[in-house]
Structure formats: C-alpha cells, structure tokens
Design a protein around this ligand. Structure first.
Ligand code: NIG
Ligand code: FE
Length: 414
C-alpha cells in the first residue's frame, strides 16, 4: 500500500462511468493539482487534494513524495504487431532510394517478407523477442496492449503466432488482447486464388482458433491489392459467428467501402483512416465504431495523417495507437505518438491524452480496468520528470519525460 504525496498534478481523474470521450469533450482533461493518490492491492484506492488529505487514514501506507512531478494513467496501445521475426531495414533503405511501400510489397517484400521470416522462427524466440520489446514499451509508459497475428499466413504459422501471443498474455504484467489477422496479405501460393485463402481462413484457421480460445478480435487488411470488401465482409461475419468482434485495417491508402462494411458488422474499431471520404466520416459519426489513428505509420511511410480534426468536429471519440511493426512503423513509443498528434495532427495535449488512455481502453474493451485514474481501476500509472506543464511532454519530442512507471501498484523495472 502506497501513498503518493505532493503530486504537482494528477491527470485524467475520471468517474467509473466516463468510458468514452467524444468530440469537444476530448479537449477536457480532468485533473487535480497539488494532489495525493493512494494505491492498495494493485488498484487505485483514492485520490484527492493535499489540502484535504487525512494523513491518519493512511498511517500504514508507504509514503512516496513526488516533489512536484505529475501523474498520468499509463498509455493504452490498441493496435500493434508486436510479435515478428526480424526487422525490415533493407526495405527502409529501398524506400529511401525511391521505392514505395506498395512497390516493395508487389515484388514479394513487405508482409510476405515478414511471413517468410516468421515461418522459420521458433515459438521460443518469437516469445523472447516480443517480451523484450514489451518490457521496453512498458518502461516508456504503455500499460495495456493489443497484439495481432498476421505474419503467419498459413494454418500452422498463424496458430504459432497466436500461441506466442497467448503466452505473452499469460506472463506479461499488463493486460494484453489478441487479434487474429490471418487476412493480412495473400500468401504466394494463393496469388491466383485469393478467395481460396479466405476459405482457408474461415474453414481451417477459425475453427482451430475457437477450439484453443486464441483470439479476442478479428482483423483484415481491407485495401486495394489486399482484401476487398466482399472478402472482408466474409471474414468479419465468420469472426462474429465465433464471438470475435472486428478491429479492421481500413482506408490506409484508398477508400474502397471498407468503413461502411465495418460499421455494418458493428466493428469495435476501424484503424488507419489516412484516407477518409465525407461519406465515411458521416457514417462513422452515426455509428458505435471507434476511429483509430496511427500517426507514426504516416510519419514513417510519408503518407497523409488521419484527419483527426474532422473526426473530432464530427463528435467522434478519436483513439491513438502505434501500429508497431517491422514494415510501416518500427517504433512502439507512445510518447512519440503524443508528439505527432500535437505537432502533425493539431490535437491539443488534452485531446491526445484522452485518445491514448480512456479511448484506447475502450478500443480494447478494457474500460473498467484501465485508462484513467479512477478508484478501483488497476494502478497502472506513470510519474513524469519535474515538468512545468503537461504540454512539455509532446513539445520536447524525441525523448521521453517519464521517470517511473507503476504497474499494478509496483514500480516497473526491467
Ligand atoms: O498496419 N497495413 C497493414 N499492416 C501493417 C503493416 C504491416 C507490414 O508492413 O508488415 C500496418 O501498417
Ligand atoms: Fe497495423
């Protein structure tokens, strides 16, 4: 049991019923200045103003003086491809020489390159590498994460990836959600029979995934040259029939009707949205599907940023995540997302924090567990360096300003 005192400001203090922050509300970040916060049994116990602290009530707590530092809930990263079998920096060099992401994919690189590497990797090495990455991310403030399969692209390799994710789930100190992304790209053998691969996903992969309880969500890369809307519809319907809600890669390069299809299937989220038509926007505004922007992917591929201002003006609850993967986003640092959101997408620091905490938790259906400083939620929070204002965090970009991360009330150390 710990009592943190002399906190300069505790940010994102919410009631349990505040689980999704939309539109204009995103610019409000409730906080308490000159605060204390008590933690017990791995959960947030209570929080309040120093001037109203009943010292007697916490006599048995370990007292921690935070000397003017700030406290925020940990980041929620609702979109990653954390399990992979090697980096793709050669493709990075090829892009510097002028090739595009799509051209690299067309010559058998990209996702297929990662799939070849993953096929050869052992479950043990995939697990160890992913856990190393995860521990780094936790020390950067990530306190809940989603991890996708999708570099397997065969029954055995997809199951291998999902088993690795399950092992991470069982051993990681933070909440982990698993998403099945068999429909990430068409493997070489199905180049001329794409619907045959969709059949394989539905008839062979999904029953095994259901049997072993390996996934929480289903995903597809709905894009020109990848999975078309009909195929994405089939995959979402098959997922729904075994209880997997959809979280879909859509509108990264083109708007082909994927947003509408996802809304029709009551998808939990639509992720990417770098290209967004007015029709897509209007449909989203009427739906319960959450828009997820992935600005470090835009940064790395030099493609447009998701028009988050339009989404916010339409009253939507924007979510921000990293998309950590070896091809389009070789970084899982949510602090960099914070900077990109403010610098490149004109989000205010308050909007960005809401998108990276409460709304991120909603995009993983973890809203009762994580995402805000709320009594009863997990004590996953971070302590900043001494800073003058919250805006210093995204402003002084390229490094982070978090001194300590607490997971389940314990100081996290690697
Ligand atoms: O979200 N767009 C599709 N999938 C990933 C990239 C995967 C890769 O290039 O390995 C993404 O950007
Ligand atoms: Fe992705």
């Amino acid at each position: 049991m710990k009592l943190f005192v002399n906190i300069k400001e505790v940010h994102q203090v919410r009631n349990p019923e505040e689980i999704l922050i939309k539109g204009k509300e995103m610019n409000i970040l409730p906080s308490i200045e000159h605060a204390w916060m008590a933690v017990a049994d791995g959960r947030i116990h209570s929080v309040g103003k120093m001037s109203e602290l009943d010292e007697q009530a916490f006599a048995s707590y370990e007292r921690m003086d935070l000397e003017g530092r700030m406290v925020l809930p940990t980041w929620v990263d609702s979109h990653t491809h954390l399990v992979f079998a090697g980096w793709r920096n050669q493709e990075f060099e090829d892009r510097i020489q002028g090739m595009t992401y799509q051209e690299i994919a067309a010559r058998g690189g990209g996702i297929l390159n990662s799939a070849r590497k993953l096929q050869e990797a052992s479950e043990e090495s995939l697990y160890t590498d992913a856990m190393d990455r995860l521990h780094k991310l936790i020390s950067l403030g990530t306190g809940a994460i989603e991890i996708k399969s999708g570099y397997g692209l065969s029954v055995e390799s997809e199951l291998k990836m999902l088993r690795v994710i399950r092992r991470i789930k069982e051993t990681a100190p933070i909440p982990v959600k698993a998403t099945f992304l068999g429909a990430h790209a068409f493997p070489e053998a199905y180049k001329d029979n794409p619907d045959g691969y969709v059949d394989l996903i539905i008839e062979e992969m999904l029953p095994r995934i259901q049997e072993e309880g390996l996934a929480d969500y289903i995903d597809a890369f709905c894009e020109e040259g990848y999975f078309n809307v009909d195929q994405t519809n089939r995959i979402m319907a098959a997922g729904a029939s075994i209880g997997l809600r959809a979280k879909v890669h859509v509108n990264q390069f083109n708007s082909i009707g994927g947003v509408e299809a996802c809304i029709d299937h009551n998808a939990l989220s639509v992720d990417h949205l770098e290209v967004l038509t007015t029709v897509d926007l209007a449909l989203l505004a009427e739906s319960n599907t959450l828009p997820v922007a992935l600005p470090s992917c835009s940064f790395f591929l030099s493609i447009p940023y998701t028009p988050v201002r339009d989404l916010i003006e339409a009253g939507l609850p924007v979510v921000l995540a990293t998309d950590y993967n070896p091809g389009s986003t070789p970084s899982g640092n949510m602090n960099f997302i914070f900077s990109l959101a403010c610098i490149k997408m004109e989000m205010t620091p308050a909007e960005a924090v809401n998108a990276m905490t409460v709304n991120g938790a909603a995009a993983l259906e973890l809203e009762s567990e994580i995402g805000s400083i709320t009594p009863g939620k997990r004590a996953n929070f971070m302590v900043t360096e001494p800073i003058s204002a919250l805006s210093f965090l995204p402003y002084a970009f390229g490094e982070h300003h978090i001194s300590d991360v607490y997971i389940n009330g314990q100081l996290f150390t690697t």
